[in-house]
Design a protein around this ligand. Sequence first.
Ligand code: PBG
Length: 334
Amino acid sequence: MSNPSAPTSSLPLQRRPRRLRRSAGIRGLVRETRLSPEQFIYPLFIVEGAGVRREVPSMPGVFQLSADEAVAEARAAYGEGVPAVLLFGLPAHKDEVGSSAEAPDGPVQAATRLLKQALPDLVVVTDVCLCEYTSHGHCGVLRGEEILNDETVARLVGAALSHAKAGADIVAPSDMMDGRVAAIRAALDAEGFEQVAIMSYAAKYCSAFYGPFRDAADSAPQFGDRRRHQMDPPNIEEALREVEMDLEEGADIVMVKPALPYLDVIARVKDTFGHPTAAYQVSGEYAMVKAAAAHGWIDESRAMMESLIAIRRAGADMIITYYAREAARLLRRG
Ligand code: PBG
């Protein structure tokens, strides 16, 4: 006997996806993508001197650090489960051709030596580019307003070698010159550094999201922009060609950058090549969340974790993120 006043009982549904969302335990069992601190690479900005720890105004929580302070910061991150750092250098002296990029005692080289001494198991990745080292802020050697590709590659090779000599585990060319991966690979091998890996910024787009970084690294171009060497945002087939070339030239890890606005590129790159793939959650992605959170407009922890998991879900094996420590701490707390 049915009771006409009772709520209509079950719809004739075979499948009820909500069953698997009912509790934290069940959600955990069916979770498809996981985030772990061991997938994070933590960028550090290294300045000359000692005892320097200067916050970057457009990137709250990010500091320009002298090498000794970088060791303290990396030690703390390592203790929180972050296995790797990515070093950028702010040299005391800049010139037209970025010659200090290969100085044996430059900030990146000095910090690399100190870090490997203090924390031998920490993975030290070094950014290889000239923009922080040139007086004009461009990524290479100029003739007029044109960046000369092959002359620039020769200088990048010098920088990469100096990083390897200082003990870098991985060198990461971010310049987007043609042929630099092959040139760096050949030079590393010739000098006995065949074990040093290359993480190439393979699909690096010309992006507005790098704005805060250029404050942090003091690398804004004095004139013009980077669209004649960085990729045009509407293109994805071209990204696949860039990645293919870098892999052929000897890249061990390929990177897509920025991350969140380019999830489709990450997915295509990972699906197409199946090689270790990194994504860079860049300064603007970080600054946007920080700024909205500071206004109380967004829940920072949730937005941070949702962005990071989205980048992993798209296919990134590892994420370069200014949030490495905060996210690692949150993951540890569970
Ligand atoms: C170039 C370089 C840039 C970034 C990493 N490497 C800046 C640029 O291409 O202008 C940006 C990283 C970020 O925004 O967090 N050396």
